[in-house]
Design a protein around this ligand. Structure first.
Ligand code: PMP
Length: 394
């Protein structure tokens, strides 16, 4: 056995949890993704989806994807840079830029590759990238790929951010990259204060709107719009949440986009987004703009669920979004409660390191515009029972 195989053969943590019957990953779904899914022939209530608008099975979006497949085929067989640009990609870029309020936009194949390819290529050797320590893994990977000095500050701690900015050489470029809505905790970046510090230290800001798009701001334009600060930042977003597809985009001023278009490696060296995914995202964007009642429903059900979980005695942190963390603060119990909930017909996601700090493990409940009060009542009741059984809450 080689040294590598020897090392890998010792990685047995997943097997340990499988033997204990609480392994929570790669659970198979046999139906479309909505508030109810079918798993192993049984109905399960879905509270672990990022489909905030509940659009992944919308007939109009399905039709748009089918029509695009019929017209353009199943793949583009190349990158945007060379043979993989469709008029469909360009139309979507124009519409996204206009929607979020920036000059121009670029569409990538996933949200992950946006952060990977943008954060890594904007700054140079003598520059700085500064991140919140709860930023998404794709931002972390983008930062790691860059030659710039990498700095981190404690989650949403503005004094800590200022200390990092003070460490930077005044003449160097400083890029602050933050999640607008933090994907596990559901709280918002303190953008007004981050923008104030950006101005004070002559820095730049990029905001990840993965969980903000569709949910916050006018017509779902995102957290930057919610704070009225779009003109102060660059924006990235994904299609895999509110836009019911897969793919992602960055939107910024003309010069930034011109730079990225010709330098961002995951944009240039990876095949472009499929016609179906691109058309689906575009159709979802049109629905987002024309059906504000979806976002209204999402907020109604979110506020209802927040009240219910608080009243039932759950610790839910500082969330201000449809992402509701139920803190467990113990990895084993996090897996156990996920399994107990699943046995009660409720799908929730466990969050353990590195997605959170070891003392902050939680299960993540996420709401969709299509959830009903009855579904929330059922989930709160069953989850209360499961959390009490494991003595996580009293
Ligand atoms: N940023 C954040 C904050 C995310 O939560 C995610 C996905 N979980 C991504 C980026 C990556 O997006 P995608 O899944 O669309 O690649």
């Amino acid at each position: 056995m080689g040294l590598l195989q020897d090392k890998l053969s010792k990685f047995r943590l997943p097997q340990l949890y499988m033997e204990r019957g609480v392994y929570p990953y790669f659970r198979e779904i046999d139906s479309h993704q909505d508030t109810e899914v079918i798993m192993d022939g049984k109905k399960v209530l879905m509270f672990g989806s990022n489909s905030y608008m509940g659009l992944t099975y919308d007939e109009r979006i399905i039709e748009a994807a089918v029509a695009a497949t019929r017209k353009y085929g199943t793949g583009c067989a190349g990158s945007r840079f060379l043979n993989g640009t469709l008029d469909l990609h360009v139309q979507l870029e124009k519409e996204l830029a206009e929607f979020v309020g920036k000059d121009d936009a670029l569409v990538y194949s996933t949200g992950f590759t946006v952060n990977e390819g943008v954060v890594s290529c904007l700054t140079d050797r003598n520059d700085y990238i500064i991140c919140d320590d709860r930023d998404h893994a794709s931002i972390v990977d983008g930062r790691r790929l860059s030659f710039s000095t990498q700095l981190k500050y404690k989650h949403n701690d503005m004094e800590a951010l200022e200390k990092e900015l003070q460490k930077c050489k005044p003449e160097s470029v400083k890029l602050i990259v933050v999640d607008g809505v933090f994907s596990m905790e559901g709280d918002l970046a303190n953008l007004p204060e981050i923008v104030r510090l950006k101005d004070k230290y002559n820095a730049s800001i990029m905001v990840d709107e993965a969980h903000g798009l569709g949910v916050f701001g006018r017509d779902g334009r995102g957290v930057c719009d919610h704070f009225g600060l779009t003109d102060q930042v660059d924006v990235m977003g994904t299609f895999s949440k509110s836009l019911a597809s897969i793919g992602g985009f960055v939107a910024a001023d003309k010069d930034t986009i011109n730079w990225l278009r010709h330098n961002s490696r995951s944009y240039i060296f990876s095949a472009s987004n499929t016609p179906a995914a691109t058309a689906a995202a575009r159709a979802a964007l049109h629905i987002l703009k024309s059906e504000p009642e979806r976002r209204e429903n999402l907020w109604k059900i979110t506020n209802y669920a927040l009240d219910c979980f608080r009243q039932a005695g759950f610790e839910i942190g500082d969330t201000e979004s449809p992402i509701i963390p139920l803190y467990v603060r113990d990895t084993d119990k996090t897996f156990e409660v996920t399994k107990l909930a699943f046995d009660e017909g409720i799908f929730i996601n466990p969050v353990i390191p590195p997605a959170c700090a070891p003392q902050d493990t939680l299960v993540r409940v996420a709401l969709m515009a299509t959830h009903t009060k009855e579904q929330v009542d059922y989930a709160v009741d069953k989850l209360t029972k499961c959390f009490k059984k494991l003595e996580i809450i009293k």
